[in-house]
Design a protein around this ligand. Structure first.
Ligand code: OAD
Ligand code: ZN
Length: 253
């Protein structure tokens, strides 16, 4: 795909020593995972309150776990796509020349790590973490199917829950701190494949803009963030991210 990117953007990509990226479900769409909003989105025919709140889990842990077990199965079958790969390659290249690349994701599927990204902040937790609602014990477990549903803690037999952040819950403090720091210090900040409707995630690119970063969005559709960034590109992250990176590398030569 030969796309002409603005020279000022490519120049910033070449020179920025600190790059921040926020990703959302759209980045995993080309790996076959459903997004939440929009046509075919998970929230079209599923109730957020039932499946993604502590109250929903307290009411019907079996139902919530059936849904997460299904999503874990989908994620186990999924492979990173060229969008994930481009971000991993960008991190490797920037790190090799002494820079810092901070990838902040709202996704819980682990596909960025599978693609080779290393400095990943999981803002909404991880679907692979099982956390005990009784003793707080936490472990990573990629087993599917789980031996019992809902799963129980081996130590205290209390219910386990997915290690994700539900609506109405606090984000992990360490994740907020690193995302905030990345937003404040990045010279370039990219948002990719997110509807920009969930906070605080959607605030980071706006903080980055206020702190002087050049800001970029890649999304199939316009979002509430589109008017707030310097450059907004319409299209698939699996095509645009590799193209953007290739263009910057070309102009590097
Ligand atoms: P959404 O489903 O809200 O938005 C996905 C975005 O990706 C949309 O703006 C699409 O236009 C875009 N998109 C879809 N396919 C794409 C592709 N191939 N290339 C580029 N863009 C594409 O997902 P998030 O923004 O991640 O939280 O949602 C944020 C949070 O809301 C999630 O972490 C989840 C959800 O409810 C919780 O469950 C707590
Ligand atoms: Zn326990």
């Amino acid at each position: 795909m030969a796309i002409e990117f603005p020279e000022a953007l490519l120049a910033r990509m070449r020179t920025a020593a600190k790059v921040g990226v926020l990703t959302g479900a759209g980045v995993s769409a080309e790996s076959g995972l459903s997004t939440f909003r929009g046509p075919g989105g998970l929230w079209q025919n599923q109730d957020v309150m039932e499946l993604a709140t502590p109250q929903g889990f307290a009411r019907d842990p079996q139902k919530v776990w059936a849904w997460y077990a299904w999503r874990r199965e989908q994620a186990l079958q999924a492979r990173p796509n060229p969008g994930h790969a481009a971000l991993a390659r960008w991190e490797a290249a920037l790190t090799a020349r002494g820079g810092t690349f901070e990838l902040i994701t709202q996704n819980v599927d682990g596909l960025h790590q599978a693609a080779g990204s290393r400095n990943v902040t999981e803002l909404h937790g991880s679907g692979w973490v099982l956390r005990c609602t009784g003793c707080g014990d936490e472990r990573i477990d990629r087993t599917h199917p789980l031996p019992e549903l809902p799963p129980r803690c081996a130590k205290c037999r209390s219910l386990l829950r997915p290690g994700v952040v539900w609506f109405g819950e606090m984000l992990p403090e360490r994740a907020i701190i690193s995302a905030q720091a990345a937003a404040e210090t990045s010279e370039l900040f990219l948002v990719a494949g997110t509807s920009g409707t969930v906070y605080p995630a959607a605030s980071f690119v706006q903080i980055a803009a206020r702190c002087g970063a050049v800001t970029v969005e890649v999304n199939l559709e316009p979002t509430p963030l589109s008017g707030k960034v310097d450059y907004s590109f319409r299209g698939k992250t699996g095509e645009w991210l590799p193209a953007l990176l290739a263009a910057a590398e070309r102009s590097d030569a």
